[in-house]
Design a protein around this ligand. Structure first.
Ligand code: GDP
Length: 597
């Protein structure tokens, strides 16, 4: 943990997203910190200065209000020396942002050569001789090309890529789309394009297997163009590099292309910030305990730092790089494997560094408490129903959709009609439109991008259904196109917002009042019409006056607790918050029911 605290300037109100940006940390960490303080906020929500100051303070920052900063600055305008904290701000804030190596993920259709390319890049660019020349598989590695470092994530495929995003990780800077020159663009190539685009990650195409006689580069470029990736050779924006993992051709060109794109996006981090990053892999190893591979994304991780990941924590006993070489510290974009964590965290979880194991335990306990008391959904989960209310609250302007249909012939009219629904207030973004059943990969894409899945004449795989459940992703099934379009249209106009109505389910008459020591009064009733239910609410009516409304707290029939009582039976009831029953009162039981508009 860095000893010098970075000073940040915060206005009276700031969104969670902006606060995270000022601190150069993941918004997820800010949300978690807020949660540990009992505040549930989403990424677009504004928090006030005091709240921001508490959260930032706990995350290792000193905070000054923008208003105070300006006032102080104006007060000392004539002085030559700037106040000390201003100097700190200037040196720690933007000036401390330094370039970091780009982080690369390989995507593409199965068997097009992602693993082979990763292997070749590693073999040809990691100096042999060091640590016996053997590279360890830790989930990521780094190579140097013309003196510049590049970090490669070693788990290829968009499933891993998107699963990480769904956990909150934005680890990848550039995606390499591997397309076999003989096979061309295949279904998973298209999916990979959609997943990378949904993540706003630039794509470089590695056209692999050009050694094959059946390679057809022109055809592949045509297909890429049809999928929105116009090759630079054709005056487009997408670099297409011809390579052969087998013959080790074009590898340098590919690395060169990565550095060119990296120059463009200029990834940066603050090496002196409190360290944060993503868990790439985690496993139990014999004799070593839990080993995690971490991608440091901000700050400098040091041996001895106390890690906190979700509900696991521990001091880093030892850190190694991908060559198995021991490291004392790791700067941004460095992957390291580390031991010392108490449990096995999920890949894609965000790690942070805290003061001590005691502090970690406190934060975890607070988080558990917050989860227990406010078991609300994941902040990312969205449904057609609540889209409009989130729109109204300014949380969102884009409705992200994943559309799956049985055949191309129905997919096209659906996407065409959906595209026409976008208006000034709401933009519809179709992240993926494809044929086939709804898969786990679709659900993870939706989860990572806060999207809703629309299925037309398709089903969801059992794994996809289970994932949708745990990720709280909404899947809407249709078999009539206009109904699908109508629902999305209504959601955009807020007409789908659920409306609840009180529905009376029964009426009872109070006949006797029992005083139970220590438990208050129980109304002995006779159920005249309908029924009483344990989970209902009740109104107490005397004559024509409504005296009280509250939930049923106990319902008994012949001294047994029951869930419901039907008309014609006698029973005892207690209404939470009310004690003053009189014979002759009426109790009306009602439930809130969702009504279709
Ligand atoms: P992945 O599924 O995308 O990771 O693909 P792999 O790296 O496992 O490669 C799939 C198959 O293609 C393997 O049999 C490789 O040997 C072969 N392969 C990979 N790259 C090349 C290449 O450049 N040329 C040829 N001819 N075969 C390759």
């Amino acid at each position: 943990m860095s000893n010098t605290k970075t000073l940040i300037e915060v206005p009276d109100f700031i969104t969670v997203r902006d606060l995270a940006a000022v601190m150069h940390v993941s918004p997820i960490n800010v949300i978690k910190e807020l949660m540990s303080n009992g505040i549930m906020a989403n990424i677009n929500q504004e928090i006030d200065f005091d709240t921001a100051a508490i959260v930032a303070g706990e995350m290792g920052f000193d905070v000054v209000s923008t208003a105070v900063a300006i006032a102080q600055e104006e007060a000392i305008e004539s002085e030559i020396s700037r106040p000390a904290w201003r100097k700190v701000l200037a040196s720690e804030d933007t000036r401390n942002l330094v370039a970091r190596p780009p982080v690369i993920t390989m995507l593409g259709h199965v068997d097009h050569g992602k693993t082979s390319l990763l292997d070749v890049i590693r073999q040809t660019n990691v100096q042999a001789g060091e640590a016996g020349g053997i590279t360890q598989h830790i989930g990521a590695y780094q190579v140097a090309h013309n003196g510049d470092l590049i970090t490669f994530l070693d788990t290829p495929g968009h499933a891993a890529f998107t699963a990480m995003r769904a956990r909150g990780a934005q680890a990848t800077d550039i995606a390499i789309l591997v397309v076999a020159a003989d096979d061309g663009v295949m279904p998973q190539t298209r999916e990979a394009i959609d997943h990378a685009k949904a993540a706003n990650v630039p794509i470089i195409v590695a056209m692999n297997k050009i050694d094959l006689p059946s390679a057809n580069p022109a055809r592949v470029m045509q297909q890429l163009s049809e999928n929105g990736l116009i090759p630079d050779e054709w005056d487009g924006d997408t670099m297409v590099i011809q390579v052969s993992a087998k013959e080790k051709l074009g590898i340098d060109d590919l690395l060169e292309a990565i550095l060119l794109v990296a120059e463009d996006i200029a990834p940066k981090a603050n090496p002196s910030a409190s360290p944060t990053g993503t868990v790439l892999e985690a496993r139990m190893e014999k004799g070593k305990g839990v080993m995690v591979t971490l991608l440091v994304q901000n700050g400098t991780l040091k041996q001895g730092d106390t890690l906190l990941v979700g509900e696991d924590y521990g001091r880093i006993k030892a850190m190694f790089d991908y060559r198995g070489k021991r490291l004392k510290q790791a700067s941004p974009s460095t992957p390291v494997s580390a031991s010392g964590l108490s449990g096995i965290p999920e890949a894609g979880s965000q790690f942070e560094v805290v003061e001590s194991e005691k502090a970690a335990r406190k934060i975890i306990a607070d988080r558990q408490e917050a989860n227990r008391t406010q078991p609300i959904g994941r902040s990312g989960a969205i449904s057609l129903d609540d889209f409009f209310s989130r729109l109204q609250e300014g949380e969102t302007k884009t409705l992200n959709l994943v559309v799956k249909a049985d055949v191309q012939g129905s997919l096209e009219p659906i996407t065409n009609s959906l595209n026409k629904l976008s208006n000034d207030e709401v933009e519809l973004e179709i992240l993926l439109a494809a044929t086939g059943n709804i898969t786990e990969s679709d659900v993870m894409l939706a989860s990572a991008s806060e999207a809703i899945i629309l299925g037309f004449n398709v089903e969801a795989d059992p794994i996809a259904r289970a994932t949708a459940n745990s990720e709280q992703v909404e899947i809407n099934y249709y078999n009539i196109i206009y109904k699908l379009i109508e629902d999305v249209d209504k959601a955009m106009k807020g007409l789908l917002a659920p409306v609840y109505e009180d529905v009376v389910i029964g009426r009872a008459e109070v006949r006797q009042v029992f005083r139970i020591k220590g438990a208050g009064n129980i109304a002995g009733c006779y159920m005249r019409t309908g029924e009483a239910r344990r989970n209902a609410k009740a109104r107490i009516i005397r004559g024509t006056t409504l005296l009280y409304t509250g939930p049923v707290s106990s319902l008994k029939h012949l001294s047994e607790n029951v869930r419901e009582v039907k008309a014609g039976f006698e029973f005892g009831v207690n209404i939470s918050g009310w004690d003053d029953y009189y014979p002759g009162d009426f109790i009306e039981f009602f439930v809130s029911q969702r009504v279709e508009q």
